[in-house]
Write a protein that binds this ligand. Structure first.
Ligand SMILES: C[S@@+](CC[C@H](N)C(=O)[O-])C[C@H]1O[C@@H](n2cnc3c(N)ncnc32)[C@H](O)[C@@H]1O
Length: 254
């Protein structure tokens, strides 16, 4: 059964590859999407070292990071997205592998394993985390940006999007922050969790605004969101954000 869901998810991403790529080619979406990446990685020293991105899609993280890493390897099971990533980044040193993360059995190790919006697509998260743990160098971290439930308004907006956006996969279910923490803890990780994205998240995912509106709006929201995230953090209201960032390190006994 899980494999069937995975096959359907992979087929979905192959079928929507062009419109998925279009988000990262739309200037106002790019602003919001690159902010999501930099906010997710903001607690890491730079340059990042060896970075493995799981569910890298079309590989735009390599572009947004502009070489601020020692090595970048992107893995995704969508053949179309990986083909696009390879073509677009042909002149860079970024490497792309078309594989299910659960079948990634090479021996390379990394300082950071990054997942943006991927964990909730994976059918057996503990098995995948175990696989990622094997890819971490001593002292390495997993950084995962995940949609979370907890804000009733955001839940309603997600339900509307599920009904109206044919590109939104049916099987995706946002975890609560507490569930995410427990899954990582059960797999032997210590975690820190931060809220991410209030105003910019919808701008990262939708392309219907004319750029004369979307572009300045995205610039303003990019400026406001980091401050709003801090407010949510210090007031303990992280569940009101669209997403959470999980920063996970292997426990000494993990
Ligand atoms: C929501 S998209 C996010 C893509 C990219 N991280 C971004 O932010 O644009 C989820 C991606 O994860 C990939 N994916 C999901 N499960 C996977 C798995 N088990 N192994 C490899 N890739 C997977 C999908 O093909 C898809 O490209």
């Amino acid at each position: 059964m899980p494999r069937r869901i995975e096959e359907a998810d992979k087929a979905l991403f192959d079928s929507i590859a062009d419109s998925y790529v279009a988000k990262d080619l739309t200037p106002y979406c790019r602003i919001a999407r690159s902010l999501r990446l930099t906010r997710s990685l903001r607690h890491l020293a730079r340059p990042i070292g060896r970075l493995l991105e799981v569910g890298c899609g079309a590989g735009f993280s390599a572009e947004y990071l502009a070489g601020d890493y020692g090595r970048y390897v992107g893995v995704d099971y969508s053949e179309k997205l990986i083909a696009y990533a390879r073509a677009r980044h042909a002149s860079s040193a970024a490497e792309f592998v078309c594989r299910n993360i659960k079948d990634l059995d090479d021996t390379d190790t990394f300082d950071v394993v990054l997942l943006i919006g991927v964990l909730h697509h994976i059918q057996d998260v503990p098995a995948a985390l175990e696989q990622m743990k094997q890819r971490l160098r001593p002292g390495g971290v997993i950084v995962a940006n995940e949609p979370q439930r907890g804000n009733p308004l955001i839940s309603v907006l997600r339900r509307i999007r599920k009904r109206t956006d044919a590109n939104y996969s049916d099987d995706q279910v946002a975890f609560s922050a507490a569930e995410i923490e427990r899954i990582f803890a059960d797999c032997g990780f210590d975690t820190r969790i931060f809220p991410q994205g209030l105003l910019t998240t919808p701008l990262a995912e939708t392309r219907f605004l004319p750029s004369i509106v979307g572009f300045p709006l995205s610039l303003i929201c990019r400026w406001l969101d980091p401050a709003l995230e801090t407010v949510l953090s210090v007031t303990g209201l992280r569940r009101l954000a669209w997403n959470v960032v999980i920063l996970a390190r292997v426990r000494d006994d993990g």
